[in-house]
Write a protein that binds this ligand. Structure first.
Ligand SMILES: [Zn+2]
Length: 290
């Protein structure tokens, strides 16, 4: 018999994260936010992919599988150590200003991982989590800017990706207007989702212009896409800014609720837990958009 007990975790909304523009001040040539004139003199050897996230993944004995990093074999998914992801593209001031965004991704990965672990218990309980979706989107922007500016992701030709200028604006201010269609999409499950216990990253770009259009992200088999453009068709990438993801196992229900600053959330996505599968994920080979 299953008991349905729900507990709530991390219900609070996060504080706003804002990078002010100054009339005068220091602009560090290596910092990608130097145009705001608010730099410190020191550049940080920070990870492009948050420390917080990397530590959580490592704690769960998971690998970080990345597709599309310039120094990895082309078209192959490769597991990498966290030391390889250090970049020097933000000054210490701006790095510290943006660091609160990191907790959103940590919260999400922890929630997905905990629900997964809970559902492997003989008598699982339902657990509810809350994730700041707006911070999550800006964390993805920060990660993308870090990976592109440090040259860790590049076009196959070796040329750098081009980023739309709106990306910096959206990262610096929670009040910036998001262009139509931009933002985080979560794919609705089709068939079985295999929990591959990994983190995957897949940049997609326009091969003619070199412009980065999307960053695919996958945690424990849940596929998300961050779009820097309008999807065509509208539903091609799943639900934009879903209100919740629900995980069902028999009578037990767990959920991850997202908060969005504009209060306009998309529909709920439901995943049903079918069983435990410990083999390799059959969809491990990812393909690039040409
Ligand atoms: Zn700076």
């Amino acid at each position: 018999m299953n008991f349905k007990i729900n507990t709530n975790k991390n219900p609070a909304m996060s504080k706003p994260v804002y990078i002010p523009r100054k009339q005068s001040g220091y602009a560090h040539t290596k910092c990608y936010l130097s145009h705001t004139n608010g730099c410190s003199t020191k550049i940080t050897g920070e990870h492009c992919i948050s420390h917080n996230l990397l530590n959580k993944i490592e704690k769960q004995n998971k690998t970080i599988d990345v597709v599309g990093l310039s120094w990895l074999p082309k078209d192959e998914m490769t597991s990498i150590g966290k030391k390889s992801l250090v970049s020097n593209v933000l000054c210490s001031q701006h790095n510290s200003d943006l660091s609160p965004l990191d907790s959103a991704i940590g919260d999400l990965v922890e929630a997905i991982g905990s629900i997964d672990v809970e559902y492997q218990n003989p008598i699982p309980i339902g657990v509810n989590y809350c994730v700041d979706g707006s911070h999550l989107e800006r964390w993805i922007l920060k990660t993308t800017l870090g990976l592109v500016n440090s040259g860790q992701i590049k076009q196959r030709s070796g040329e750098p990706f081009r980023l739309k200028s709106k990306c910096i604006e959206l990262l610096c201010s929670p009040a910036a207007r998001w262009p139509l269609g931009w933002g985080l999409y979560i794919a609705t499950p089709i068939g079985k989702i295999y929990h591959s216990s990994s983190f995957e990253l897949l940049p997609q770009h326009n091969a003619e212009t070199g412009e980065l259009l999307a960053l695919g992200l996958k945690f424990n088999g849940i596929a998300m896409t961050f779009l820097m453009g309008r999807p065509n068709p509208k539903t091609a990438f799943g639900v934009r800014r879903p209100s919740k993801i629900i995980f069902l196992k028999d009578l037990v229900k767990s959920e991850i609720a997202f908060s969005w600053s504009n209060n306009k959330a998309g529909k709920t996505i439901t995943f049903s837990h079918a069983g435990v599968y410990s083999g390799p994920s059959p969809d491990h080979q990812l393909s690039h958009e040409e």
